[in-house]
Design a protein around this ligand. Structure first.
Ligand SMILES: [Zn+2]
Length: 234
């Protein structure tokens, strides 16, 4: 088997092999096909196979190897071994990188999902209810109804109280009926005047509330009159 033929077909793109082929061609053209000098030892050939691009090309042992079928076939075997080792190393490195990435992505997605869960359970949903023009139930007296919709979540509820509402603290409650029984959630908050409107902000935990029809009530701390608004929880 012609080692150079095999060489040309498999690794012709390599600078080292291209150079060896060129060297051999020069020899054949000048009629000098006999290798010069003794065969170099295995250590040299191994080094040549491994670090072919760093050994000076003027080294006479390279000149010999290029023209000695024995050295050349040994060189090819060593080079094959070295390249297969390199491929295994690259493969192992690639697998290690993939593994690290996979573990990292998994850990991140777990952390991210956990964080979102935490946020969902901690951060209240901001909601604003404008009752400025609302009529109310006062006790059993039906009036012009302002229907309110809230999600079944933790809600940070801002209420714009109806006109003529008094300043002061209000008890805000979600109840089953307009008599004030069956309180589902409640909170106490002071009303503050913003642009001549009384506003208050209260946190209501409606996470465990079944969707359906309820009432939202506001009760002034001193006045004690409760106003009820039909409420839908979705
Ligand atoms: Zn030789």
């Amino acid at each position: 088997m012609n080692p150079l033929g095999r060489l040309r077909s498999s690794h012709a793109e390599n600078r080292f092999e291209a150079w060896i082929i060129e060297k051999h061609r020069e020899r054949v053209l000048s009629g000098q096909t006999e290798p010069i000098g003794p065969c170099p030892d295995d250590t040299f050939l191994r080094g040549l196979a491994r670090r072919s691009n760093t050994i000076p090309l003027s080294d006479p042992r390279i000149d010999h190897a290029a023209n000695c079928p024995e050295c050349m076939s040994r060189l090819l075997v060593l080079r094959e071994q070295h390249q297969s080792q390199n491929r295994k190393l690259v493969l192992a490195l690639g697998m290690a990188v993939c593994l690290i990435l996979a573990v990292g992505i998994f850990a991140w997605s777990r952390y991210s999902a956990h964080r979102q869960q935490m946020l969902a359970s901690v951060s209240p949903v901001p909601q604003t209810v404008d009752l400025w023009n609302a009529g109310t139930y006062r006790g059993e007296q039906p009036g012009q109804l302002q229907s309110v919709v809230l999600p079944a979540a933790r809600v940070q509820l801002t209420i714009i109280l109806p006109r003529f509402s008094l300043p002061g603290r209000y008890l805000v409650a979600v109840t089953r009926d307009q008599s004030g029984s069956g309180v589902i959630a409640e909170g106490l908050a002071p009303a503050t005047s913003i642009q001549a409107q009384e506003r208050l902000s209260v946190s209501l935990d409606l996470r465990d509330v079944e969707p359906g029809a309820y009432f939202l009530s506001t009760t002034h701390e001193q006045d004690q009159a409760a106003y009820y608004y039909p409420l839908q929880i979705k």
